[in-house]
Design a protein around this ligand. Structure first.
Ligand SMILES: Cc1cc2nc3c(=O)[nH]c(=O)nc-3n(C[C@H](O)[C@H](O)[C@H](O)COP(=O)(O)O)c2cc1C
Length: 202
């Protein structure tokens, strides 16, 4: 393990369940892989831009002249994509917001899911180019989504698994901190998720 990329999304600092569980996971990873480089990318602190016309052209043009002219506009996306491609393990620690991912995480995804860099169109369909990587999702939510009536409302884990698979990351484990807003569960949510971290195959 040479590089671990930890994406943190919640703006709730020390109150954040996903960050707290991600800290436990990071400590375990550092213990197991002391020489690995751990990059923490804090999407709550760093406001990534939504894709605009120029950036979109800069990251998708096939014209080398245009690519050269627009390379400044592609720089941030290039950097984030290189960072992902150079990592062996991707950890995404995120809250559920309105049954999906926060737009800050979507902005990161829009900057790194790129034709020619992280996927390409082959004869038989799409080929993921982010090979030989694993991912761990640390997902915090107010309700419970792994079972019961709210299960179909979870647009976080299915989406993240789908988009990671699309770019070639198929080995994905999930740790849930679920039930944060349910008074009869809340106190146990983070301790239970921390135990699940200890049980992960890393
Ligand atoms: C803007 C917003 C939207 C939320 N939407 C949902 C939701 O759709 N479903 C849910 O179960 N919890 C929802 N919650 C609760 C959070 O998922 C919960 O507080 C979780 O602990 C947030 O993660 P964090 O503690 O890492 O910040 C929402 C919270 C906020 C602030």
């Amino acid at each position: 393990m040479k590089q671990i990329l930890l994406i943190e999304v919640s703006p709730r600092g020390k109150d954040s369940a996903s960050r707290s569980v991600a800290d436990t996971l990071a400590a375990r990873l550092i213990g197991l892989y002391p020489s690995a480089k751990l990059i923490r990318r804090d999407l709550a602190a760093e406001h990534l831009p939504h894709l605009d016309d120029v950036t979109l052209r800069a990251i998708s043009t096939k014209d080398p002249g245009e690519a050269e002219r627009l390379k400044g506009a592609a720089r941030q996306s290039d950097h984030l994509t290189d960072e992902l491609l150079e990592s062996d393990l991707l950890v995404i620690a995120t809250p559920m917001w309105n049954f999906g991912i926060p737009s800050a995480l979507k902005a990161w995804i829009d900057l790194v899911v790129r034709p020619g860099r992280t996927f390409r169109y082959g004869d038989g369909g799409v080929v993921g180019l982010a090979k030989d990587k694993k991912a761990i999702l640390v997902l915090a939510s107010g309700g419970v989504f792994t079972e019961g009536p709210w299960l179909p409302w979870d647009f976080v884990e299915p989406y993240l698994r789908q988009i990671l698979g699309f770019i070639g990351i198929e080995d994905v484990q999930t740790v849930r901190a679920e039930g944060m807003n349910l008074p009869w569960l809340a106190a146990e949510v983070v301790p239970k998720a921390n135990k699940a971290v200890e049980a992960l195959a890393l």
